[in-house]
Design a protein around this ligand. Structure first.
Ligand code: SF4
Length: 206
């Protein structure tokens, strides 16, 4: 059975805005995703919980199974040690995708999923090749598991992503997720004379 024949998919999600269009497309194709939330990169904890809550509500509304995991921020930090000053799309991000997709592949392997995918490549701010390489490497650990390296941005994906975010009034996060991306975003805002980002105090899509 090939990937396109699968009707059960483990979907690693990073946040609600990136997930909405992907989940709606999967459901329209008759593929039932199980949402897998493993994002130890998100900092601080209150931001992590806020983002998680947003995707839990969306999953519940669509009767989609949701798998929660531990907040392993210390473990994440130990694996990206020394990469604090890397730019977004650099080596720290490469590791960050590896960490999250390795855990997703392991869960797929241990729980009978033949296929997994991620929402990490939805945003144009991400390096899609970097995300897909991380997924393929993670899947290569388990012979029965495949990674679905789709380009979800195609067919007007970004416009649909924003339309769904507005329809669902998703929480709009102002930085990628880790403490380093928060610091970089705030440094830029300071240069522009803008106030600093306060986690969880960002706006809602309207
Ligand atoms: S900028 Fe985003 S993708 Fe890169 S390491 Fe931080 S949280 Fe991960």
């Amino acid at each position: 059975m090939g990937i396109n024949d699968e009707t059960k998919l483990l979907l690693h999600v990073c946040c609600a805005p990136c997930s909405g269009v992907i989940i709606e497309r999967l459901l329209a194709q008759g593929v039932m995703p199980t949402v897998f939330f493993y994002n130890p990169n998100i900092f601080p904890l209150k931001e992590y919980l806020f983002r998680k809550d947003s995707i839990i509500k969306f999953a519940k509304k669509n009767s989609i199974p949701f798998v929660d995991t531990d907040y392993e921020n210390s473990l994440w930090k130990s694996r990206v040690a020394g990469l604090d000053n890397e730019p977004e799309r650099g080596r720290r991000c490469e590791k960050c995708f590896d960490i999250r997709l390795e855990r997703t592949a392991l869960y797929a392997h241990e729980n009978g999923f033949k296929a997994f995918a991620t929402t990490n490549g939805m945003s144009r701010w991400k390096d899609l090749a970097q995300v897909n390489l991380a997924g393929l490497k993670a899947a290569a650990r388990y012979p029965e598991v495949v990674f679905w390296d789709k380009n979800w941005r195609k067919n007007n994906g970004e416009a649909q992503m924003y339309a769904i975010a507005k329809k669902e009034h998703f929480y709009r996060q102002e930085y990628c997720g880790c403490e380093f991306s928060l610091a970089a975003a705030n440094a830029l805002r300071q240069k522009q004379g803008l106030p600093s980002i306060e986690p969880c105090e960002s706006s809602i899509y309207t």
